[in-house]
Design a binder for this molecule. Structure first.
Ligand SMILES: Cc1cc2nc3c(=O)[nH]c(=O)nc-3n(C[C@H](O)[C@H](O)[C@H](O)COP(=O)(O)O)c2cc1C
Length: 266
């Protein structure tokens, strides 16, 4: 089958997932390359259909061992028609648990055919100067792996027609999702200059700037840390002691570098 278009589909509040998806997509060498950025579309997306002559390169970060609810909601509005998909999860050097299986289930239900899968490492959203976790990843070596992965896929799809891979028994396991953290970053008003970058970076529209006072809606905040990482004055931070303890623990327990894992499914 001739692939006419590559479509990069990702949810990436702090940008690491986007880097991996872009690297894989680039190495496929398909001229017509488009993007559906699920991070920005916090209003309702219309249903988007991706034809079978396209290939979807999909990347979603791992939150609490699974996929973020918000990303799943947005993914459910995209459908394929036996459209081949390269599915990827990006995690912060702890583990990706059942996230890749979850992504495979969702994508297959939405009419895509997963032809390759990968798990890559990105700087942990909670990484800080005090408690670095997989800082500055994906790095050069990670991006080279992503390129190798893309080349492997490119070789395969250009060499022959593929048969639709069967899902294995493991792909049907029942996935129990953990509730979101519901902890929002706090603003230090002495450091905030009201530039509005945090509001712009928020994937769920949870930051409200009313009469110069910035507040964050805890009910919809997904603790993605985009606002914290984008603030040029370091005015936003996590102050919740329970989460701060978890961050220290994540730092202490996940210093050993994990490497990307990827394979073809066809
Ligand atoms: C709420 C939350 C939960 C997370 N849970 C996990 C996890 O279970 N395992 C892990 O290794 N990383 C976890 N991470 C880290 C992200 O998966 C990782 O930093 C990813 O690279 C972020 O992608 P992005 O840069 O595209 O936003 C979590 C991050 C957040 C914000």
């Amino acid at each position: 089958m001739k692939i006419e278009q590559a479509i990069n589909i990702f949810f990436s509040p702090t940008g690491t997932t986007k880097k991996i998806v872009t690297a894989i997509s680039t190495s496929l060498n398909i001229k017509n390359n488009n993007e559906i950025n699920l991070t920005n579309e916090y209003s309702d997306l219309n249903i988007i259909n991706i034809p079978s002559t396209s290939i979807a390169i999909i990347g979603i970060p791992v939150y609490r061992g699974g996929l973020p609810f918000e990303a799943v909601k947005r993914l459910n509005q995209i459908s394929g028609k036996k459209t081949p998909a390269i599915i990827n999860v990006i995690y912060g050097n702890r583990d990706y648990d059942n996230a890749l299986i979850e992504l495979k289930q969702i994508i297959s239900r939405q009419g895509f055919v997963p032809i390759a899968e990968g798990a890559f490492i990105g700087e942990h959203s909670f990484s800080s100067r005090e408690y670095p976790i997989a800082a500055n990843r994906p790095d050069k070596k990670d991006l080279e792996s992503a390129l190798t992965f893309g080349q492997m896929i490119s070789k395969k799809i250009n060499s022959q027609d593929w048969t639709t891979p069967e899902l294995s028994k493991q792909d049907y396991i029942d996935i129990k999702k953990k509730e979101p953290l519901r902890v929002s970053p706090i603003v230090d008003i002495n450091l905030c200059d009201n530039c509005g970058r945090c509001k712009m970076s928020c994937p769920t529209g949870s930051i409200i700037n009313s009469l110069g006072k910035i507040t964050t809606k805890q009910e919809t905040c997904i603790t993605c840390m985009a606002c914290v990482k984008t603030c040029h004055n370091n005015a936003r931070s996590i102050q919740d002691q329970k989460l701060l303890n978890i961050i220290k623990m994540l730092h202490d327990n996940n210093q050993k570098r994990k490497e990307p894992a990827f394979k073809l499914l066809i």
